[in-house]
Design a protein around this ligand. Structure first.
Ligand SMILES: *Cc1c(COP(=O)(O)O)cnc(C)c1O
Length: 403
């Protein structure tokens, strides 16, 4: 698991600004869609889809989620260490064993049993009553108990003196084309079939979860049972028909010019890394493909409010830009890779289109842990710059990148 670094004073001047206000609005939109009675697990896998685990967790809990869910057990422990007391469902992500059972008990987590081995480990090592989740594979052919075995699997948990069924969940998956609706219906019916069979067998499972982002987007609340576990939809709105509903937590990705110079090469022009033109002026920003830059740009960046081209391909830690049209550009100038500068802007959607990325949520995943996450209010003023799991005690330092 990689964590974003502290916002250090002498790090390269690269920041990923995140608008937690937009996350809160996405959460409220989901709550509005499902209604007040449905149990809402907010899924924060993969460092909260790249947006930063602890700040995202606080934002979603403050705006209407009831519980959290994720895969990495260390992330669950980090949430507890950050004094987050909400229920935490840990999806399957570990090789089952005694140490996992101990950690689940110590940090009061809801473990997922997804296989005979995971059931055997909890059956053998549980020292106190533990509410568990069972993940059923209803059709994605991914992790989980096969549909045909699910009822027997849950029955054996119900018979165990220390294990108590708390959640049954499934994460449907449908392709981008083909019989999408029918395929989703099929998976939904299989899941409901299992839930019904358990109910008839007298086994009550408090939470039945099948609705993640795709289901909520495709069918609203119509396939919601009594709980949901969306992830991507926490960071990109469910319904974005109206411009005011297009909440965008990916606020900006910025760097600064660290060199500006003229290029006056006359030899080996065919071998040059980019096309050299007369009176060319270039700038260098200290962000490169090791920071994820290859997948984070639209081919242009903003300097002094002007759109300028990226030259050649990003190198490991550097990217070159064409400043010929912006002769006043100077070392220290802000360079916006994604976001607003003066009257110009590069939207995440433009980068996604250029990069053929399907989901906004996936764009933040491309911002490597080498780039500090900085949290801003919707108003635009950077207020907190809380590094992953750190207290905001270094306010001065963390706002030192402000223009
Ligand atoms: C990732 C995951 C989710 C959330 O999925 P989204 O498609 O991002 O909403 C829900 N449930 C399970 C079991 C998951 O693994």
């Amino acid at each position: 698991m990689t964590f974003p670094p502290r916002v250090k004073r002498f790090s390269r001047p690269n920041v990923f600004e995140i608008d937690l206000g937009a996350v809160a609005r996405c959460v409220r939109q989901i709550r509005h869609c499902i209604g007040p009675a449905i149990h809402f697990f907010a899924t924060l896998k993969s460092n909260a889809y790249g947006y930063g685990l602890i700040p995202a967790a606080k934002a979603v809990l403050a705006s209407g989620a009831d519980a959290l869910s994720l895969v990495d057990l260390e992330d669950a422990i980090a949430l507890r260490r950050a004094r987050i007391e909400a229920p935490i469902l840990v999806y399957a992500g570990s090789v089952p064993g005694k140490d996992i059972v101990r950690a689940v008990e110590k940090y009061d987590l809801i473990p997922t049993l997804h296989s005979e081995e995971s059931l055997a480990a909890f059956a053998r090592y549980a020292t106190r009553e533990t509410g568990v989740a069972v993940k059923v594979d209803i059709g994605p052919e991914r992790i989980g108990v096969p549909v045909e075995q699910a009822v027997a699997f849950v029955k054996s948990i119900a018979q165990h003196p220390k294990l108590r069924m708390h959640v049954i969940n499934a994460h449907p998956s449908v392709p981008g084309k083909g019989s999408i609706g029918d395929c989703l219906d099929w998976q939904y019916r299989r899941f409901v079939g299992i839930c019904d069979e358990l109910e008839h067998a007298g086994i009550h499972v408090p939470f039945r979860v099948i609705a993640s982002s795709r289901i909520l987007r495709m069918t609203g609340a119509s396939m919601v049972l009594n709980a949901v576990d969306p992830g991507a939809a926490l960071f990109s709105p469910l319904a974005a028909d109206q411009p005011q509903d297009r909440y965008q937590p990916f606020r900006s990705l910025k760097s600064r010019l660290i060199q500006v110079k003229n290029v006056s090469r006359t030899e080996f022009l065919d071998e040059a890394p980019f096309r050299i033109i007369p009176n060319m002026r270039i700038g260098v920003i200290p962000i490169g493909y090791s920071d994820g830059m290859n997948k984070l740009h639209c081919g242009e960046v903003l300097v002094r409010g002007e759109r300028v081209a990226i030259l050649g391909s990003p190198a490991l830690e550097y990217t070159r830009v064409d400043l010929t049209r912006v002769p006043s550009a100077a070392v220290g100038d802000e360079v916006v890779i994604i976001g607003q500068q003066n009257a110009s802007r590069i939207d995440p959607e433009e980068v996604m289109a250029k990069q053929s990325a399907a989901r906004v949520a996936d764009l933040a995943l491309e911002v490597r842990a080498t780039i500090a996450r900085v949290y801003v209010e919707t108003s635009g003023e950077p207020t907190i710059a809380v590094p992953y799991g750190q207290k905001n005690t270094n306010r001065l330092k963390s706002t030192s990148f402000k223009a």
